[in-house]
Design a protein around this ligand. Structure first.
Ligand code: SF4
Length: 444
């Protein structure tokens, strides 16, 4: 392992900043009273967290509020809609009234999209397993309880419900014991995605207590770690006290013969422009892990082709693999951030055409929806009209994976449920897409 030395000036300690530090942030960066008030209002409903690294390195304060990184991390007026924002302002000062209204608004924001709570929770000895989801035959998602926060929060986060302090909305497992027992009973599961939140908020010791038991399960071949820490707190791999230990932990996983995939979330090329972020990726790669990159296309943040082409080129230059461009999920402030599918596929293709072959590993736009991952391959015009060409990239029902189908073209549709399937769509795909999925709800 090559340990790159890094200047001591960058040995910052992580300190989360949220609504309580908003006045300090406003004063330091000159936010207007209107913007500050809007952040305070909306962050009662949606989680808000930043840190000094993102504040100092990722936001262009001369371009606020339009700056894409400011939009990415700071709750904004308009995210909840005028009616809810007016009501929230009206109950200001009434704690019980605010709490009740906040809960009502959250419940309407589809906190668990794609049937996560009803369809994906596996069972062991007749009971649901906490902190585990099993949607696709080969892959389970594991949510370590101590990893259910992030170094900063994205305003578009589809897991926002994990961060709002409501136990009913949260997936989390204190220990991996039940997961391990479940995996022993289900040798079809070859991949475990450790996710959150962000597992990299945990100390190395804690992370090891969740990862190492997985190495005792022979059928597990790939361990994926979903993280945005190379973008939001790259110190985690470079200058944190246990940064070297985490690299040694990764090396142990790789030495066990497993594929270690770090699923890095980069939303904008600016996140890869700092020396620290590139050093983080380089150090992760030095362990034998492979860094795959993914993010959704979000209005106001990255909904233009040049941004994606720059991002994918920067990922490739850092030795990482451009992997997925997702469609923003139908949860949280979806109305504020959504990009119509017609626009998303046009921008994806425009960006893709600008890439060298090695960066064309990226796929998209992809909707991670209830029946599975649906990719929009393009738009075709036929004598019968215009259609979206769609394909099940991954499916809850494995027999659907890889199969194409079509939906009527719509300039405004922004999610699978907005689409009308063409009559030629195979019956089993139509049944899955129209809401009769066959759940993977295995029990042991
Ligand atoms: S890093 Fe991921 S889990 Fe954390 S807030 Fe952003 S999108 Fe959500």
């Amino acid at each position: 392992m090559v340990l790159t030395a890094f200047p001591s000036a960058d040995t910052a300690r992580f300190r989360a900043k949220g609504p309580r530090q908003l006045d300090e942030i406003s004063a330091r960066y000159g936010l207007t009273p209107e913007i500050t008030t809007a952040i305070r209002l909306i962050s009662q409903v949606l989680p808000f967290r930043v840190n000094d690294y993102v504040l100092e390195n990722l936001i262009d304060w001369g371009d606020v509020p339009a700056d894409p990184m400011f939009q990415l991390m700071f709750p904004q007026g308009g995210m909840l809609g005028p009616e809810d924002e007016r009501r929230l302002a009206k109950v200001a000062g009434d704690r019980a009234g605010t709490r009740e209204l906040v809960n009502r608004i959250r419940a309407r924001l589809n906190p668990h999209p794609s049937g996560q709570k009803q369809l994906n929770v596996p069972r062991l000895h007749g009971s649901d397993i906490a902190g585990v989801q099993h949607k696709y035959r080969e892959t389970v998602l594991y949510f370590p309880g101590q990893g259910q926060s992030c170094h900063a929060y994205c305003t578009y986060c589809f897991r926002w419900a994990q961060f709002v302090g409501d136990a009913d909305l949260r997936f989390a497992a204190a220990r991996p014991d039940e997961l391990i027992e479940y995996l022993h009973c289900h040798p079809d599961v070859t991949d475990v995605l450790v996710t959150g939140g962000d597992p990299m908020v945990m100390s190395t010791e804690r992370l090891a207590s969740h990862l190492m038991p997985l190495l005792a399960v022979e059928s597990v071949q790939t361990i994926r770690i979903g993280t945005k820490s190379p973008a939001y707190w790259p110190h985690r791999f470079v200058t944190d006290n246990d940064a070297d230990d985490v690299l040694r932990l990764f090396e142990s996983v790789v030495r066990s013969g497993r594929h270690l995939a770090v699923m890095a979330h980069f939303s904008h090329p600016r996140e890869l422009r700092t020396d620290l972020a590139r050093a983080a990726v380089s150090r992760i790669r030095s362990t034998g892990a492979v860094v795959y990159c993914q993010a959704p296309m979000i209005a106001r943040v990255n909904d233009d082709a040049a941004t994606w082409a720059q991002l994918w080129r920067a990922e490739l230059a850092a030795g990482a693999v451009p992997y997925y461009l997702f469609v923003e999920r139908d949860t949280g402030p979806h109305e504020y951030f959504k990009v119509p599918l017609a626009k998303a596929v046009r921008l994806f293709q425009e960006a893709y055409r600008q890439l060298p072959g090695l960066a064309r590993t990226v796929r998209g736009p992809v909707m991670s929806a209830t029946p599975g991952k649906v990719i929009i391959d393009g738009v075709e015009t036929t004598p019968r009209g215009r259609f979206f060409q769609l394909r099940m990239l991954q499916a809850r029902d494995p027999s659907l994976a890889g199969r194409p189908f079509r939906a009527l073209y719509s300039p405004s549709a922004a999610w699978l449920t907005d689409l009308q399937l063409d009559l030629t769509a195979p019956q089993d795909i139509a049944a899955a897409v129209l809401g009769r999925p066959s759940p993977v709800r295995a029990s042991a």
